[in-house]
Design a protein around this ligand. Structure first.
Ligand code: FMN
Ligand code: SF4
Length: 429
C-alpha cells in the first residue's frame, strides 16, 4: 500500500489553489444543503471518519451528540490552533486549500443545526489567518456564507478568530474559554462541549483536517472514503515527515501505511545516515525506533505498540541526534506551555526540565533517571487535562529505549554527541 491518495493536497501545486477559482464551486455544500441534516451525520458516521486532531474520536458520532430541539443556539468551532511540536499539517492545508475547510464548515454547521461557526487559528501564524480570512470573504461574496445559502433558507455566519499563541488553547475546552475572552485554561469535563460548550451551548469542536475532509465524503460518498485505510481507521490522512529525511513534506496517504513505505517515497533518511528514533504523532506521543518501521500507522496498530497515532507528525531523527537533548527541548516546551492550573503538571514539568538539564550536561546520577520517571509517573493520569500525559510521553519512552544513552552522559561527564567530543557516540555502532 504505497500509493498516495491526494484529496486535500491534490491541488497544492496549482498557483491559484487557495482561491475560489482554483478550488471550484462548493458542489458538496450545495448537495449537502439539499439533504436532511441527519442524513449528513449518518454519511459521516458511515464513512468511519475519526478526528484528525489527535484523539481519533469518531466525527459523525460527535455530531450526533448535539441535542436536537433544545431551543439553544448550536455552534461549530474549528480547532486551527496547531501548536504541537512536529505537527505541521493544518497550517499548510489552510494556506494551500482553505476553501476545503470553509466548505466543510458549511456542511458541518448545517448538519448540527448551527448558524454560527468559528475558526480559531493559532495566533502566531498571521499569514494563515489572512489566507483563511480571504477565503471566507470570497465565500461570502459568492453567497456561500451569509443568508439563504444556495437558496436553501439556511443561514451561516463564519468568523475567523485569532488565538494569542498558547499551546494549551488547542485543548478544546481551553480553546472555548479563550474564544469567550477568558484566559485559556481547560474546563472540567463533563459537561462535554456537545452539551455545554461555547457560551454554555451545544458545540462541536473539530480539527481543521477533520472538517476539510467532509466535502470529499459528501461529494464522493461514505463508501468511497471507507474503502481507504484499515478496518477501524478508515480513509486518508496527511502524514507530515520532518527532520532527517531526504524529502520532508506532506504525504497524504491511507491510514495504515507504514513509515518504511513513507520513507521510500520521501527518498529515505538523509544520505549516509540511518534512522534512530521518531515520533508517530508529535512530541506528545511516545517515541518509536527503527524496530517500528513496519508498524501500520493507524490508531489501533500504533496504540498496540505503546504509542499513539496523534497528528501523524512523523519527526525523524538520525543517529547524530542526542535523545536526551531532544527530550530536554520538548520538556522545556511543556514547562513553558503548562497553563499552571493543576499541580502535577505545573510543578512536574518544571522539575523534569531541571533534572533533564543536569542529565544532558552529564552532571546527573542514576538516581536522577529514577527521579524523572518518578516525576513523570506522578503527572501521568493525575493531571487535569491531556497536556500532562503528553508531557510524560518523551520521558517514559526515551528511558525505555535509550537508557544506555542517558547513562553514557554521566559516565563521560558530558553529552557524547557534542561536536567537541572526539566521536559521535553510537554513530558508528
Ligand atoms: C494540550 C492539547 C493541545 C491540543 N491541540 C490541538 C490542536 O492544536 N488542534 C486540534 O485539532 N486539536 C488539538 N487538541 C485536541 C483537542 O482537544 C480536540 O480533541 C480536537 O480538536 C477534536 O477534534 P477532532 O475530533 O476533529 O480531532 C489538543 C489537545 C490537548 C490536550
Ligand atoms: S495538565 Fe497542565 S495544561 Fe492541563 S490543566 Fe493541568 S497545568 Fe494546565
Amino acid at each position: 500500500m504505497t500509493t498516495l491518495t491526494p484529496v486535500l493536497t491534490a491541488n497544492w501545486d496549482q498557483a491559484d489553489s487557495f482561491t475560489l477559482s482554483g478550488y471550484g464551486e462548493y458542489s458538496a455544500a450545495k448537495k449537502a444543503l439539499g439533504m436532511e441534516p441527519d442524513a449528513i451525520i449518518k454519511a459521516v458516521k458511515d464513512s468511519g471518519l475519526r478526528g484528525r486532531g489527535g484523539a481519533g474520536f469518531p466525527t459523525g458520532m460527535k455530531w450526533g451528540f448535539i441535542p436536537q430541539g433544545d431551543g439553544k443556539p448550536h455552534y461549530l468551532v474549528v480547532n486551527a490552533d496547531e501548536s504541537e511540536p512536529g505537527t505541521c499539517k493544518d497550517i499548510p492545508l489552510m494556506m494551500a486549500n482553505p476553501h476545503s475547510l470553509v466548505e466543510g464548515a458549511i456542511i458541518t454547521a448545517y448538519a448540527i443545526r448551527a448558524n454560527h461557526a468559528f475558526i480559531y487559528v493559532r495566533g502566531e501564524v498571521l499569514h494563515v489567518i489572512r489566507r483563511v480570512q480571504a477565503a471566507v470573504r470570497e465565500a461570502y461574496e459568492k453567497g456561500y456564507l451569509g443568508t439563504n445559502i444556495f437558496g436553501s433558507g439556511y443561514d451561516l455566519e463564519l468568523v475567523v478568530h485569532s488565538g494569542a499563541g498558547a499551546y494549551i488553547c488547542g485543548e478544546e475546552t481551553a480553546l472555548l474559554d479563550s474564544l469567550e475572552g477568558y484566559r485559556g485554561q481547560p474546563r472540567l469535563k463533563p459537561p462535554f462541549p456537545a452539551v455545554a460548550g461555547l457560551y454554555a451551548s451545544p458545540t462541536v469542536v473539530n480539527n481543521v483536517e477533520s472538517i476539510a475532509s467532509v466535502p470529499s465524503i459528501i461529494g464522493n460518498g461514505a463508501d468511497w472514503f471507507a474503502a481507504m485505510g484499515t478496518e477501524k481507521s478508515k480513509g486518508f490522512g496527511i502524514f507530515s515527515l520532518s527532520g532527517h529525511v531526504t524529502r520532508p513534506g506532506q504525504y497524504e496517504a491511507p491510514l495504515g501505511i507504514t513509515l518504511r513505505e513513507l520513507l521510500d517515497m520521501a527518498g529515505g533518511i538523509r544520505a549516509g545516515h540511518r534512522l534512530k528514533f521518531w515520533t508517530p504523532g508529535g512530541s506528545s506521543t511516545p517515541i518509536f525506533t527503527d524496530e517500528h518501521l513496519d508498524v501500520p500507522l493507524d490508531f489501533e496498530s500504533v496504540g498496540a505498540k505503546g504509542s499513539m497515532l496523534g497528528t501523524r507528525a512523523l519527526q525523524i531523527f538520525d543517529e547524530t541526534t542526542c535523545v536526551v537533548r531532544t527530550v530536554l527541548r520538548w520538556t522545556e516546551f511543556y514547562a513553558h506551555e503548562s497553563c499552571g492550573k493543576c499541580t502535577p503538571c505545573r510543578e512536574g514539568t518544571y522539575w523534569l526540565k531541571q533534572v533533564l538539564k543536569r542529565l544532558e550536561k552529564g552532571q546527573g546520577t542514576e538516581d536522577d533517571l529514577s527521579t524523572i520517571t518518578d516525576i513523570a509517573d506522578n503527572i501521568l493520569g493525575r493531571s487535569f487535562c491531556a497536556f500532562g500525559d503528553g508531557a510524560t510521553s518523551p520521558i517514559h519512552s526515551s528511558v525505555k529505549y535509550f537508557r544506555d544513552e542517558y547513562l553514557k552522559h554521566f559516565e563521560i561527564g558530558g553529552c557524547p554527541f557534542d561536536r567537541a567530543a572526539s566521536t559521535v557516540w553510537g554513530a558508528s555502532a
